[in-house]
Write a protein that binds this ligand. Structure first.
Ligand SMILES: Cc1cc2nc3c(=O)[nH]c(=O)nc-3n(C[C@H](O)[C@H](O)[C@H](O)COP(=O)(O)OP(=O)(O)OC[C@H]3O[C@@H](n4cnc5c(N)ncnc54)[C@H](O)[C@@H]3O)c2cc1C
Length: 393
């Protein structure tokens, strides 16, 4: 796909870059450049609201839900300018990029009215309740159960079970949860997609500490947690298709913002290599050049992928994209460590992580979340190349 920008699109670029520059040198200068998922969380929720007030939060959404009905080129421009300005990582991204698009594609009109404006306004944060201790790669093995029961104000779903690796649950107001609502069902049958409020006695959130020292994700226990009968997306027992639709949005326009963030990281590594002399080492120079080539491939591939996006289905480029960026980013983390040399090492128990050391440590997770590399290879083999399915016990 060839992408060139018109004069009116360049005006749009100026509008967003000026807006960002004003805020990030003014009221929000303290969170400029924050890349950690959990740092300055309350300030970043206020930032979500600032974006929402100016309708910059979910620009691809229809205007009636707080968006700008922006086309692909405008969304590309927004992603580029957001990263160029070193605006903070989006604490609202699970709502804006996953829950919202899912509700837009599969939700009822009432659900759209209820949830979309509060997501785009940054008023409600979301998390993703998919993985369980025995349901990660094998997501269809979900064992968390929900049943409909009479409650104080009508019928409600009562949920029991455990989720794990639930990113940002500690800041979330709502969670989209896959549960088994047909007791004797197995695999992808009999699952439902529920929207569950997080602030209630039946939910217990226990942070998991990572090697970065932060707790981005959590265990979440549901002990007779409840949600209203109408908070189900799609039909009861048919949540698998909705759940897969959400995963396809992970490969949406946000990938462009992610790439711009990667570009910032590569620029930081190049600046450091120039400053400490590593850029004169031939092998480091080669790896920097290879990283830059990878970025260009990713951009071309993302634009090709986005021009064929359809909720719930994956096309050729989408099968290969995840494994490419995840492996690329892990190599970037290794390059960062080699450029930093001993400055990247951590010593003592009260060490502070530089952004590049955090990049290296966190990038170990890139080949796990949103589908591990092994699972991506299975997908490519079976669904893109049509090879025989792997034997299952
Ligand atoms: C940083 C981070 C954030 C996350 N955030 C969330 C979140 O917000 N919400 C959420 O629900 N989940 C989240 N996850 C969970 C993530 O989706 C799972 O970790 C992932 O799906 C893998 O599942 P698992 O950890 O259970 O590993 P397993 O599925 O147990 O896999 C273990 C190993 O076996 C391999 N393997 C498994 N099956 C096969 C197979 N059939 N063929 C070949 N190899 C196989 C895997 O590739 C892996 O190497 C997050 C994970 C990380 C790391």
């Amino acid at each position: 796909m060839k992408l060139s920008f018109t004069a009116s699109q360049e005006t749009f670029r100026t509008e967003i870059s000026e807006w960002l520059e004003t805020r990030l040198t003014g009221a929000f200068s303290d969170i400029r450049g924050v890349t950690s998922q959990t740092a300055a969380a309350q300030r970043r929720i206020l930032w979500e609201q600032e974006l929402g007030r100016a309708r910059w939060s979910a620009i691809g959404w229809p205007e009636e839900y707080g968006g700008r009905a922006a086309d692909l080129a405008e969304q590309v421009i927004f992603a580029e300018e957001y990263a160029r300005a070193r605006a903070p990582g989006r604490l609202g991204h699970m709502g804006v990029e996953l829950a919202g698009p899912t509700i837009l594609a599969f939700g009822s009109n009432d659900q759209k009215q209820r949830f979309l404006p509060s997501i785009s306004a940054g008023q409600e944060m979301w998390c993703q309740g998919y993985s369980e201790p025995n349901a990660g790669s094998d997501l269809a093995n979900v064992n968390t159960k929900a049943r409909l029961q009479e409650g104080p104000s009508g019928k409600q779903w009562v949920i029991e079970g455990q989720k794990i690796w639930t990113s940002l649950a500690q800041f979330a107001d709502w969670c989209f949860v896959i549960c088994r609502t047909e007791p004797a069902s197995q695999g992808r049958h009999g699952l439902s997609y529920l929207l569950v409020p997080m602030h209630q006695p039946g939910i217990d959130i226990r942070p998991i500490r990572q090697m970065t020292g932060e707790s981005d994700f959590n265990e979440v226990f549901f002990d007779k947690a409840v949600t209203a009968e109408e908070n189900i997306v799609g039909e009861p027992g048919k949540g698998w298709q909705v759940a897969m639709g959400t995963l396809s949005f992970e490969r949406g326009v946000s990938t462009l913002a992610q790439q711009m963030h990667f570009r910032n990281e590569l620029s930081e590594i190049i600046a450091l290599a120039n400053a400490n002399g590593k850029s004169s080492e031939p092998l480091i120079r080669q790896r920097i050049a290879k990283a830059w080539r990878g970025l260009q491939s990713m951009r071309a591939s993302a634009l090709r992928m986005l021009s064929h996006t359809d909720a719930g289905t994956l096309t050729g480029p989408q099968f290969t994209y995840k494994i490419f960026w995840a492996s690329w980013h892990q190599q970037l983390g290794e390059l960062a460590m080699d450029v930093m040399g001993k400055d990247g090492e951590m010593t003592g128990s009260d060490y502070q992580l530089s952004d590049l050391t955090r990049l290296f440590l966190f990038s170990r997770a890139d080949t796990i979340y949103a589908g591990t590399n092994q699972i991506q290879r299975n997908l490519i083999a079976e669904r893109a190349l049509g090879l025989p399915k792997e034997p299952r016990g």
